[in-house]
Structures are given as C-alpha cells and as structure tokens.
Ligand binder design. Sequence first.
Ligand SMILES: Cc1cc2nc3c(=O)[nH]c(=O)nc-3n(C[C@H](O)[C@H](O)[C@H](O)COP(=O)(O)OP(=O)(O)OC[C@H]3O[C@@H](n4cnc5c(N)ncnc54)[C@H](O)[C@@H]3O)c2cc1C
Length: 439
Amino acid sequence: MILDVGEKAQDSDVRHFRCIGIGAGPANLSLASLLHGHTELTNCFVERRHTFAWHDGQQMPGASLQVSMLKDLVTLSDPTNPFSFLSYLHAHGRLYHFINAQFDAVPRQEFRNYMEWATRRNQNIVFGEEVLAVDFDDTFIVRTTNGTLRADNIAVGVGTETWVPQHARDALGAHQFHVSDFLHKAASLGGQRVAVVGGGQSGAEAFLDLISRSGTELPRRVSWISRRPNFLPIDDSPFTNDYYMPSFSDYFYRLERTTRESFTRRHILTSDGISEQTLRDIYQRAYMHRFVHGAVDLFAFHPNREVLQVTGDETTGWKLTLAHNDLTGISEDLDVDVIIWATGFRPARMDFLAPLAHRLDREGDEYRVDESFAVMWDGPTDRNIFVQNGARLQRGLADPNLSLVAWRAQRIVDRLRGVSNENHTPSFIEWSAKQVVAP
Ligand SMILES: Cc1cc2nc3c(=O)[nH]c(=O)nc-3n(C[C@H](O)[C@H](O)[C@H](O)COP(=O)(O)OP(=O)(O)OC[C@H]3O[C@@H](n4cnc5c(N)ncnc54)[C@H](O)[C@@H]3O)c2cc1C
C-alpha cells in the first residue's frame, strides 16, 4: 500500500486515516478524486478487486453511457478538478478526435477506461484488499484481508450485486447465467435457442447483441421475456431529468416514506427503461431479419409474462413456464438451451458492518442516512459512516446512478472539512409547496 501525505500511525503498526473508503466503483472513486487535493484529509480507498472494473462483463460493442459525459466523477461539483472526463481526453491527446467522432453518447468502454485512468492517478486507491469487518472504539477499526487500519470516518461504496429468481440460483453455470457474465459466457451461442429474461437496458443489450451476430455465430432462436407490459423506453426528457438534480434529491429526502416508495414505483422507468436508440436498433434488426433476410423464426418477443419455473438440465435443455399477466390461468412453455437472466441488481450486502449493526439506525432494508449521507447512529457526531449508493428509498432513483455522484461526494467532503460550499442553481420546478403563514 502506498501511503498518502500526512498519514499518521496511531498504534505501532496500525495506519490511521481521516477517511477510509470501502470499494472503488464510481461512487467512491468520485469521493477519492475530490479528496485527492485535500492533503489534510488523509484517505485510503480499499477495493477487493485486483484491478479496476466497471461492469466489464457487459461492455457489449456499441454500448454507451446513459447519462451526459458531464456526469463524470467530479465535473458537476468541481469543473476544474484534474480527474474530469475532459482531463482524461486531454491527457491522452484525443480531445479533437472526441469532438470529431460526434458520439451521440460516450461509449461505455471509453467511460470505463476514463475511470480506470482516474484510479491510476490516485495513489490513495488500493486494489486486491477486501474489507472484512468494521468496529469502533474511539475511531473505526477496519479489518481487511491484508491487516488492520484505523479511520475517523468510513465511506461505504460497495454498490450492487447480481440478482436472479430463487429457482435459478442452483442452476447457474454455463447454460444459465446472469447478464453481468455476458461477455464471458455468451460468446459461443451459434445455433442455440436462447432466452433473455428481463426487459431493462441490460436485457435489451444482450438481445440486440445476440440477434446482431452473423453466420455460424447467430443463435437459432432468441426469445426475449419481460414482466413489464411492453419493452418500454427510459424517460430521458428535460422535466423528468429534474429528478436527477440535487434539489430534487433533497426534496425527496424530506417526504414521508410511503410517498417516497410510491414515487419510486411510479417513476422507475426514468432510470430502468431502455434507451430509445437500443430499442430502435432492435426493431430495425428484427425487420431486416424477418422481411429482408427471411429469417422468420429467429426471434420472439414475450412481454407481459412472468417466468414461473424452469425445469430441465444442461444436456437436454430448459423448459421455461411463463404466466401471462393479463390472461389469468394461461401458461406457456418455452424450450431453450441457454437462459440469460437480465433480472437486475440489488444493493450489495454490508456484512462487514455487523459488529456495529445494533448501533446504526435503519429504515426498512437501508441504513438511515442524514443530509450528508452519514448513517445515523449512537456514536460521536464527528465519527461518520457515509453510505453511497445505499439509500435509494431515502434519496430517490438517482442514488445508484452516475447523475449525482459528484454532488453527493462533495457533500461528504464538505462534512469532513466542516464547510458548506453548495451553490446550486435551483430547479425551474417548485417541487415543494410554499407554506401559507397564518395571519
Ligand atoms: C451494465 C451497466 C451499465 C450502467 N450504465 C450506467 C450509465 O450509463 N449511467 C448511470 O448513471 N448508471 C449506470 N449504471 C448504474 C451503475 O450501477 C452505477 O453507474 C455504478 O456502477 C454504481 O457505482 P458504485 O460505486 O456505487 O458501485 P459499483 O460500481 O458496484 O462498485 C462497488 C465496488 O465495491 C467493491 N467492494 C464491494 N465490497 C467490498 C469490500 N468488502 N471490500 C472492498 N471492496 C468492496 C466492489 O468490488 C466494486 O468494485 C450501469 C449499471 C450497469 C449494470
């Protein structure tokens, strides 16, 4: 481990930091980047992976970022910060080329490479070290696979983990797998019958990739199944994007829990819908296959269905039983060789907090956070456990997304520094009601 300037040893060989980050995905990378210039705030970010990765199993050719390139690690809170996407392009001498390329959206692989570059420029990020447990006496004691560290503050940024239905869990392997393994496991599906289950962006990209193959690499049939009533687009329109602004996040945070839950259900497509470009590509590909190339049986679309069960095995193939959401009592069977579960991600478990769990406030499945994303607890107020991307029901649909990473991380930095630098232009929309003061 390379140490930051100002690091001090408290015990003979236990290193002590003002802030230790757990995980180095975009959320904590943003914090690490914003902290980098503050040498008085000694920090260390511990990442269990041996090298940087960002959804590497889903870097399908043509996949692109679903948000503006300005929603990088730092720009929205500190546009002159050296860890910006523009700095990355400049450092690699490709600013002009990037402009000339006229991408509609930044290629996902390029944004991933940018973040990897940010980790290489930051000596406070340590790879190949997993946090196992966090305890507290007068500071946090962080036990990792490499030893023990101490910190005044912790920033948890462990992201999400894959989710598949219960009945699929024991069958996962080469013939049933989560879409996060797509690049590793879906390379050779030529001539096979494949089912993609899940009607979000990940399912759409998997389906598009499979029906875009040619010659012997083309599957025999690709069926796309979704619980949603149709293959629905992401709402990326201007007023909807207000939900992804700091002012809305603060407004949302102050709402009643039941109102927040209902809002999240109603507006899920603002984050989990499919980009229009992907939908267009799929539809056009389908048209070409069916009407121009005469491949009448290559694909099947099955929205509005729930997978009830899967039977079979790797040798004979799988039978999916589907229930139709509108037609009660009717089920359909689908025979396939391979199932790709694009059934999403859930917040990653934070088992390492178990020693402190009884001291931390909760709201449902989440730790209850304050306005600076610090978990409310019975410990000293100058000792904080910040949680990034772990409070969607408290902070809104933007919480797991890239939109607010720089703003959220800046709030954490400000809290650590004991300052408040927020100067955001308010929304056009009056989200809250103006209270009438009684005469
Ligand atoms: C394919 C895909 C594309 C996406 N594209 C977009 C997009 O275009 N725009 C957008 O806004 N959002 C997008 N998202 C949402 C995405 O989840 C977030 O952008 C982002 O990855 C969340 O960052 P994070 O840092 O919270 O979590 P992660 O990226 O999941 O990072 C968490 C890190 O913590 C590490 N970790 C976990 N436990 C420990 C431990 N105990 N000790 C040490 N390290 C640990 C993990 O190894 C991991 O590296 C996409 C999601 C997917 C799946």
